[in-house]
Design a protein around this ligand. Sequence first.
Ligand code: NAD
Length: 447
Amino acid sequence: MQLTVVGTGYVGLVTGACFAEMGNEVTCVDIDERKIENLKRGILPIYEPGLETIVSGNVSAKRLQFSTSLQDALAASDVYFIAVGTPPNTDGSADLRYVLDVARDIGRYLSHYAIIVDKSTVPVGTAERVREAIAAELQARGVDIPFDVVSNPEFLKEGDAVADFMRPDRVIVGCDSDTARDRMRDLYATFMRNHERLLFMSVRAAEMTKYAANAMLATKISFINEIANLCERLDVDVESVRRGIGSDSRIGYSFIYPGCGYGGSCFPKDVKAIIRMADDCGFEPVVLKAVEARNEQQKQLLFGHIVREYGNDLKGRRFALWGLAFKPGTDDMREASSIVLLNALIAAGARVTAYDPVATQAAHAELPESWFKSGALVLANDQYQALEGADALILVTEWKPFRHPDFERMGRLLKEPRIFDGRNQYDPQRLGEAGFRYTGIGRSNIR
Ligand code: NAD
């Protein structure tokens, strides 16, 4: 099939590259000229394991191309994926400006029957707004071209995006037309020959499914964080409790790891957006509001532990920080817990030497340049260099190389053998035996 994917971020680029990998001819369109120029030269705007290989392979095979012109791409294809950002407005609702801009552009240039697929995460009712925006443009042009709008929310995880797309747990398709349903079935059949994981439903149900899934995952995280905070006060190690409840097949182990809060471009904004959707229809979403509130507090937790140890004034202190990305496997720092912690540490007068395996460029984009200029924040070239002379190590992102480090070497490099572990990666008893003082999340050694 000939496909157009609009937006070349985490979702758009992975979608375009993976469809091309399956033999489709794909044009990826973005308004960001620099991004497109770089992509044409083989430079990817994001870090995602395995993506570079399939992008370059499919560009060489001429199945994948990049353009800033939606008009040119529209002439060639008949399925258009909208994969642009839907960032939060100040009131928490999803900003649909980019989605509706693309819809209007499609309406401006459409010349034949097309299927327009919302892949961006959008509130219930958005497909209808996309349909209206396209129809208004067609009417203004005085033409009558049939089209269908489909909801096909994306569930890939940053850090595993290619693998998730190539072998999805399920693909959700919300559509009201037989033609669109058949096309979408054809398109995704290559990813699941037996169609068993391809779920068709109404457009509104598909839109809601995406928010419900992210809200459920965020709820699990905030739930275990709440239990962890209680464990901390009751002299209980939450890691025992986590294993105890995870072994119940009705509960399971996934997404019940206590930590210093969830971040990223999806959970925080999607929880806000579903709360807003509820508010808009006069429904009080008590659980979801608590999920968000718990997470905001959880992001402050590590700083609280540090202040408890060193006091409010951190002038003259320097901390080593491992991990800036919001989770391992990605360079994405949007809404990362590291940002909240850095703001608090630097405001209290501390200096920080941080190390992240891939988020160096993202750090410069996301964090104030003044921090780098003043030396309040320095980026180290490797994880051990960050420790040299620091008062303590703070672990924020559980990258694999941080999981089993050389503790003896760490003890020699740090000013004092002190670790604040925001992801419960280490065994407090073993660290105690190695001479470290240790603070995790919800572990009995804290008080
Ligand atoms: P992103 O910010 O990484 O990329 C969005 C891209 O769209 C940017 O390159 C931007 O330049 C481009 N763009 C904006 N307006 C445009 C226009 N009018 N024409 C062409 N290009 C335009 O966003 P993302 O992380 O890929 O997320 C995209 C959507 O997918 C969001 O709704 C998000 O919630 C959802 N989503 C994201 C993830 C994830 O892990 N990142 C997972 C599932 C769903």
